[in-house]
Design a protein around this ligand. Structure first.
Ligand code: GSH
Length: 256
């Protein structure tokens, strides 16, 4: 473990896809870190002490020797900037680096918001259905970033149309990934080296697989091979410790 770079404390949730990006990066770089695990359903992310750390009321956030950095895609590049030579995950070539960042923007625009809809409908909805209407509205109102999202879901869930739009966007993402792997000659999105682009989309595919929808990329052979390669690594196993998958914590999702 490399500890010359100072102390890291990661505020995160085991099942949070955004937190998984950061855990993967920390493990890949062999950086030792402590974890503060927030219970997102009991509202730890909305407590005044956490809102001082991340006013958006979401995880992850990282404390590096008192410096607070928020937002998963910002944190992972920060971890590169403090020591660019430490198991680098960013190409040195400016054009490749720009391509990598464009891929991450695409994932954050298209796949990131899409994965939330099946996640809430299939895993989290019962939690909200157990509330009274008043309690539900109060929870929605308390979320700095997700108020409208929760109100749209309501206590009946997102519509079939919303679900179809989401899965279709994840499918388009898999098509894009396939063409990028083909162009770079793989096995990773940018070629022979893994980069932040791979790390940013990994948790989204893991989530869709966990929700029983790996068929979304079954026509994309290159993506399936990419996914197998990612999932076979030691870093992946460290990142996805027990309790990181929804099916491990929600009995209504667990596979028999
Ligand atoms: N853009 C942010 C998004 C973070 C985010 O949405 N985190 C989710 C978990 S993956 C969260 O904390 N949700 C809490 C809530 O909705 O109250 C990032 O990438 O860090």
């Amino acid at each position: 473990m490399n500890s010359n770079l100072g102390n890291f404390k990661l505020y995160n949730a085991l099942q949070s896809t955004c937190s998984q990006r950061v855990r993967y990066t920390l493990h890949y770089k062999n950086l030792s870190f402590s974890m503060e695990i927030l219970d997102l359903f009991s509202g730890d992310q909305l407590k005044p002490e956490y809102l001082k750390i991340n006013p958006n009321g979401v995880v992850p956030a990282i404390d590096h020797d008192g410096k607070i950095i928020i937002d998963s895609s910002v944190i992972i590049e920060y971890l590169e900037d403090i020591d660019p030579d430490l198991n680098s995950l960013r190409p040195g070539d400016p054009e490749l680096c720009a391509n990598m960042r464009a891929m991450i923007r695409y994932f954050d625009e298209v796949a990131g918001p899409s994965v939330r809809i099946p996640s809430y409908n299939m895993a989290f909805l019962p939690h909200f259905q157990a509330m009274t209407e008043q309690e539900f509205i109060a929870v929605a109102e308390s979320k700095p970033l997700r108020k409208e999202f929760l109100l749209k879901m309501g206590r009946t869930g997102f519509s079939e149309k919303d679900m179809n739009e989401s899965t279709s966007k994840i499918k388009s993402t898999a098509d894009r990934m396939d063409s990028w792997i083909e162009k770079s000659s793989g096995p990773y999105l940018l070629g022979k080296n893994i980069s932040y682009a791979d790390i940013c989309i990994m948790p989204i595919l893991v989530r869709m697989q966990d929700l029983g929808m790996p068929d979304l990329w079954e026509g994309n052979k290159r993506v399936s091979e990419w996914f197998e390669l990612i999932q076979s690594s030691e870093t992946y196993k460290q990142t996805y410790c027990q309790g990181s998958l929804l099916s491990q914590v929600y009995s209504h999702l667990s596979k028999n």
